[in-house]
Design a protein around this ligand. Structure first.
Ligand code: UT7
Length: 338
């Protein structure tokens, strides 16, 4: 017998406010044609007001996930929260879930792996399960990114890409026989990082490496927004996503045609199409929803999972591969029997 991390439920919550490419073209020099052609994005969701935070979106998704699993918050013995847009500089958002959901005084931790938040999160949860430290776990991935975007022509290269949203999973430790390949749960995870990419996709201010932490000049010179060298990130993303998928398939003896669904991070439809064709997968076996949400960073893959379940595309017993790449650089994936 071994312990497997079985996903019991997944849910998502996105703000109701839709922001189309046309809406953005009214406030900056961009166009629906440019955004659609370069990224595949048609619209994204932004929080309705500055009073809505990452914890608010995360809590909504978490409550839905608990309800779907039929769990009470008191059942939980670990909270993992993945985000790059926490409510506060510190403490993390995980502890806010502990308090807001009314959990026992269980451990709560935050993961800072940006677009790889979900894949790092699942790997982390699997480690807690296999080392018998947790049995019922809540993994929340949420982002409120719209307030830090530079929504002017100066920031258009980043501003058109990102959106707000949240996804959450409940995961349970299950005792399974070792020989049955159809046993549900996380089969394997593969993670990587390369800190030499830290400067090409980042938001440095406010920060302890910045003189004075943050200054009036930083605000005036718009250094308080995210920065990306898109072409460098694009090339690295394609390479690492393919490497992740190939590694997980090879070391688990899985051929591309055996995968029921691949859920890639949603940074750019062109990236996902390149990865799909390189892996030799038909379009219907790669899930994309970037058209409607843009890049919601850590929340992306759980939102995809939740929609795929709702649409009947992702069913119990399916062999699923997640793959993600993001700031850091960080990357990775999970092979899951759903
Ligand atoms: O989330 C983590 C992972 N992120 C990614 O993987 C993103 C990877 N990178 C990308 O997806 C792409 O590089 C982008 C979508 C960000 C950009 O596409 P690109 O084909 O690399 O365009 P570019 O940055 O080279 O810009 C091409 C042109 C430039 O004008 P010039 O210099 O050719 O005259 C930009 O100024 O497009 C211009 N441009 C825009 N035009 C209209 C940049 N942003 C915009 C915009 N609207 N929003």
């Amino acid at each position: 017998m071994e312990l497997r991390s079985v996903i019991r439920s997944v849910a998502h919550y996105v703000p109701e406010r839709r922001v189309s490419n046309e809406d953005l073209s009214k406030i900056m020099d961009t166009s629906d044609a440019w955004i659609t052609e370069r990224t595949g994005i048609k619209e994204r969701r932004f929080v309705e007001s500055s009073e809505v935070s990452t914890a608010d979106l995360g809590e909504r998704a978490a409550r839905l996930a608990l309800e779907k699993a039929g769990w009470s918050s008191e059942d939980l013995d670990l909270i993992v929260f993945a985000t790059l847009s926490p409510d506060y500089y510190f403490p993390g958002v995980g502890v806010m879930m502990q308090q807001r959901l009314g959990c026992r005084p269980i451990p709560a931790l935050d993961i800072r792996a940006q677009c790889s938040g979900l894949v790092y999160g699942l790997s982390c949860v699997d480690g807690y399960v296999k080392s018998r430290q947790a049995q019922k776990i809540l993994l929340v991935c949420a982002e409120v990114q719209s307030p830090v975007l530079d929504l002017t022509t100066r920031g258009r290269d980043m501003a058109v890409l990102f959106g707000d949203g949240a996804g959450a999973l409940t995961i349970e430790a299950a005792r399974v026989g070792t020989s049955d390949p159809t046993q549900r749960g996380i089969i394997d995870s593969f993670l990587g990082s390369d800190g030499s990419g830290a400067d090409v996709l980042c938001m440095k201010t406010p920060g302890t490496a910045v003189p004075g932490f943050i200054s009036q000049d930083d605000i005036a010179q718009a250094r308080v927004h995210p920065y990306m060298d898109g072409k460098v990130v694009f090339k690295n993303a394609v390479t690492r996503l393919i490497e992740t998928a190939t590694t997980l398939m090879t070391r688990n003896g899985v051929k591309p045609e055996q995968l029921d669904l691949v859920i890639p991070h949603q940074a750019n439809l062109r990236i996902n199409e390149m990865v799909r064709t390189q892996l030799g997968l038909p379009p219907e076996r790669v899930f994309n929803n970037i058209q409607r949400y843009g890049n919601t960073t850590a929340a992306t893959i759980p939102i995809c999972m939740s929609e795929a379940v709702e649409q009947g595309i992702l069913r119990e017993g399916a062999l699923v591969l997640t793959i993600a790449f993001g700031a850091g650089f960080t990357w990775g994936g999970n092979l899951i029997r759903w």
